[in-house]
Design a protein around this ligand. Sequence first.
Ligand code: SF4
Length: 188
Amino acid sequence: MNSGDKRILLHSCCAVCASSCIERLESEGWKVVLFYDNPNISPESEREKRLDYVRRLAAAYNVELIVGNTPHSVWQEVIRGFEAEPEGAERCKRCFDLNLHLARAAADSENIGCFCTSLTVSRYKNSKNIIAIGSAIEGYAPYDFKKKGGEERSIRIARELELYRQKYCGCEYSVKTSSELESDCSYK
Ligand code: SF4
């Protein structure tokens, strides 16, 4: 099987996280299709800024990019009642679930059987939670991209390509806690 026969959709939470995931997937023979939607990210200017760097990453690695446009209000409805939860708790699980279902839908629209997410790269994200949520969705490939030095490689690529390294995870509630972090997500 050549890579053209083996496509996988990679949900990209940001360019930095996605970078080493692309390399790992390609090293395993996958043809990567990037997907960016992320209705959790607020404000919209921040969502657009992160998208801009994902576009640069896609160009640098010569991979296709699919861009979604799910309104932030959809995410707000999904996490309603859990706004005050600490980062990593129920609000985030619901956020992961939404993003992974959006990735599944995007994969379906492109007739791609498998999908995975760059969310597992970051030390600030619980890979077990993400993989448990993803595994309930058909076609999810349970990559823990932290392994094999994934996060360290992402940081090196970010420096080489001068990618944007955001200071908070993404939603309006994570902005409030960003002062506690030297750097975030994704927080590369
Ligand atoms: S902190 Fe990050 S993962 Fe959690 S709800 Fe906000 S955007 Fe989603």
